[in-house]
Each structure stands twice: as C-alpha cells, then as structure tokens.
Design a protein around this ligand. Structure first.
Ligand code: AMP
Ligand code: ZN
Length: 114
C-alpha cells in the first residue's frame, strides 16, 4: 500500500466523505475545513503536483475545473462564488504531495491570500 495519504484515501484505506467520484477523479470533504464548504478534488492516479503533470494529463486536469463547477452548484456556492486553487511546494503551502485542488466557498474570501 502506498504511503501517500491521498492514494490511501483513493484506495479506501482511509475513510473520507466523498462528494464526487468517477473513473479518474474523486472529491472529498477536507478534514480541517477552512470555509463552510471545503472540498478537495484529486486525480485517482498519483501526480505529486502540477509540476509533475504531463501533456497526457491535459484532459484530466481540465476535467477537474468542470467537476469543481458541478460540485459548486451541488453545494449551493455557485451563485455567490468560490475559490479553486492548488497549493504547490513549500512556498505554496502544499502539505500533501498528491495533486489536489481546494474548492472553498460559503464565505467571502480574502485577497491577497495569506
Ligand atoms: P495542502 O496543504 O494544499 O497540501 O492541503 C492538504 C489538505 O488535506 C489540508 O487542507 C488538510 O486539512 C487535508 N487533509 C489532510 N488529511 C485529510 C484527510 N484524511 N481527509 C481529508 N482531508 C485531509
Ligand atoms: Zn498519491
């Protein structure tokens, strides 16, 4: 079994609250939510970050944006808006080295981010 936390979630070895799943992607509620809605979208296959994505991952990455919109509507945050982001590397604040996008909404987001 992989020692990657999110690969373990994908495999079902760590329980999660899934809000979406298809062949290539899953979306789960963040365990430590930073907003009323805080969902993580991740590819099932292990890609460490956007820096490790390949040309052949283009469709997968594009689908993450489409699925994020679908989940935003489902969660009732589409009308007022939301934030979709991926932290990358130490300066980006990435804690888990398996590509994931945060979908945050249900409150007004600050800018610039901290
Ligand atoms: P990042 O800092 O961008 O790598 O984000 C990692 C995110 O994973 C954080 O927001 C954590 O709260 C979240 N997280 C860590 N463990 C779990 C878990 N078991 N289930 C759901 N989310 C998790
Ligand atoms: Zn992984």
């Amino acid at each position: 079994m992989s020692d990657c936390l999110f690969c373990r979630i994908v495999a079902g070895a760590i329980p999660s609250q899934k809000v979406f799943e298809d062949e290539d992607l899953i979306a789960v509620r963040d365990i430590n939510p930073q907003a009323p809605v805080h969902v993580l979208l991740l590819p099932k296959k292990h890609i460490a970050s956007v820096l490790d994505a390949k040309e052949s991952d283009s469709e997968l990455l594009g689908r993450i944006a489409l699925v994020a919109g679908k989940i935003a509507r489902q969660e009732g945050i589409a009308e007022r808006g939301f934030r979709l982001l991926t932290n990358t590397g130490p300066d980006g604040g990435q804690a888990v080295a398996h590509l994931h996008y945060h979908l945050l909404g249900g409150r007004k987001m600050g800018w610039p981010p901290g």
